[in-house]
Design a protein around this ligand. Structure first.
Ligand SMILES: [Mn+2]
Length: 268
């Protein structure tokens, strides 16, 4: 039995299936964990989601920002953006099923044996892994609750930019969502900057650092997606980036959890 972690699929269904075949993935024996952004920007949103659901308990994922865009689109709290290329999902007769499926996915996955934590964007530098786990489950409980729609309505916004333990309500929830699903850069004093999106090779303004240069994961390894322009380069074995830009014509990356070996499929 192997556990495979896969980078941002973004509806690149053909590459997704080709990569699983290349790895010899067997849903009867193996597990597949996704770092999120299953859909959005790529061509086959509905096929990708349907295949993930067909894998049953062998499949797990964390929510990415594009998965949350789809949830907000299905809930009609966000105007459809044709760039998302999720029109097949938006037009699906099973909208309610997909709303419930999306809002029941976690924001963080952990494997205790290998001390690995999986999130879409990153772990906020002001949090320990234990705190991130607790806050992720708090935000997951909001999405799973009957009040989810009022939160999804207020999901968008870059404030608050700094975490405080006494944040409440939608501000608290939005900060947790923003850091787990949208973060790239922070300042050393803990301010999230959600506007600067260049790779670390570009000189960043305002003393911004990639979150993983500031984070405090203890003994844990953090596996994440979201930041395609990194092409997986973090300069630290403790932070493993799996988004290698398949939807932008690069490649889709898979990692076997225990051996940390990569298997890749170029964009077709
Ligand atoms: Mn992505």
């Amino acid at each position: 039995m192997a556990t495979y972690l896969i980078g941002d699929i973004h509806g690149c269904y053909r590459e997704f299936r080709a990569l699983l075949d290349k790895a010899g993935f067997d849903p009867a024996n193996d597990k597949l964990w996704s770092v999120g952004d299953l859909i959005g920007r790529g061509p086959q949103a509905l096929e990708t989601l349907e295949f993930c659901v067909s894998l049953g308990d062998s499949f797990s994922c964390v929510l990415g920002n594009h998965d949350l865009h789809a949830l907000a689109g299905l809930c009609e709290t966000r105007k459809y953006n044709p760039k998302d290329r999720t029109e097949d999902l938006m037009a699906s007769p099973d909208k309610d099923f997909w709303i419930d499926w999306l809002r029941n996915q976690p924001l963080l996955l952990s494997d205790t044996d290998t001390e690995t934590v999986v999130v879409h964007a990153g772990i906020y530098p002001g949090w320990s892994i234990e705190q991130a786990q607790a806050l992720a489950s708090e935000a997951e409980n909001v999405l799973r609750s009957e009040h989810f729609l009022s939160y999804v309505k207020d999901m968008y916004g870059n404030e608050p930019a700094i975490w405080q333990d006494n944040l409440e309500g939608v501000d608290r929830w939005r900060f947790i969502i923003n850091s787990l699903t949208r973060m790239r850069y922070c300042t050393p004093d803990g301010r999230l900057d959600l506007n600067w999106k260049e790779p670390p090779s570009e000189p960043a303004p305002d003393n911004l650092k990639p979150w993983f240069e500031l984070a405090n994961p203890g003994n844990h390894t953090v596996v994440f997606g979201h930041w395609a322009s990194l092409m997986g380069e973090t300069h630290s074995p403790q932070f493993i980036g799996l988004d290698t830009g398949c939807v932008w014509g690069q490649k889709l990356r898979l990692m076997e959890l225990k051996s940390r070996q990569f298997i890749e499929q170029p964009a077709l």
